[in-house]
Design a protein around this ligand. Structure first.
Ligand code: CMP
Length: 136
């Protein structure tokens, strides 16, 4: 069993897609074991995405991620890190495969509806970021 972090981003929360995205995760046999609803201050978004600091899209990304409510959650299941990445599809929705969350629901590269941890080490860091008391 492995845990990963999935974030439903402001564009998807705004369009009432929380249930649809959780349904897809659950249908793929991942269990929601922790969940929050919050809006990040810009400084918090900058901290979360610090690995992207200095990249051309960093400022737009942090502005966007602090523009509205998000729903971060811990998903648990076998190979959850790679499995959830498969479920959501490529970062850019125009490169994602049909049936993935981003192909089906995302609006653009920035408004790409969801974020999921890309490695087990990042999953630990990202889960602890939103759920400091979570056992990982
Ligand atoms: P996410 O998985 O949340 O990780 C970083 C985010 O930066 C990414 O999804 C995109 O929403 C956003 N982003 C914007 N432009 C780019 C880009 N050129 N390359 C990668 N990510 C980008």
């Amino acid at each position: 069993m492995e845990k990963t972090l999935l974030i439903i981003k402001p564009d998807a929360v705004q369009r009432n897609l929380i249930g649809e995205i959780i349904r897809r995760a659950e249908r793929a046999r991942f269990k929601v074991v922790n969940i929050r609803y919050l809006r990040m201050a810009k400084e918090v978004a900058e901290d979360f995405y610090q690995v992207h600091k200095g990249k051309p899209f960093y400022d737009e990304l942090c502005n966007y991620m602090s523009s509205g409510a998000i729903v971060p959650m811990v998903l648990e299941g076998e190979n959850a890190v790679s499995g959830v990445r498969e479920l959501i599809g490529k970062t850019n929705p125009i490169e994602a495969h049909p049936g993935t969350v981003r192909y089906d629901l995302a609006v653009s590269l920035t408004k790409n509806s969801v974020h999921a941890s890309d490695s087990p080490a990042n999953a630990v860091r990202e889960i602890k970021f939103f759920f400091p008391r979570e056992d990982v």
